[in-house]
Design a protein around this ligand. Structure first.
Ligand SMILES: [Zn+2]
Length: 88
């Protein structure tokens, strides 16, 4: 049995092993192709320590980038506010 979240219906589904269509072994992860009981589609689920680590690194980079953009935006806003505050 396998617990999946259908990306179409967003529901958790308990899936029987016979619904696993294929298992592909990649260097960083396993890819399971599963017949979804909720929507009838075929979904791919990837699992593996190195796959998770790569995803975490990507997410961390995105978070750092967003934080840097927010800091730049705040600095621009502060400059604009300072410019407005200067008496004519
Ligand atoms: Zn589905």
């Amino acid at each position: 049995m396998l617990l999946i979240t259908c990306p179409v219906t967003r529901t958790d589904e308990l899936v029987a092993d016979r619904r696993i269509r294929s298992v592909a072994n990649h260097p960083t992860h396993l890819a399971l192709h599963v017949d979804c009981p909720a929507c009838g589609g075929l979904h791919v689920y990837r699992t593996g320590r190195r796959w998770e680590a790569a995803r975490t690194r990507t997410a961390t980079r995105a978070t750092d980038r967003a934080a840097a953009q927010a800091a730049v935006a705040a600095a621009h806003q502060a400059v604009r506010a300072a410019q407005v505050a200067v008496p004519a």
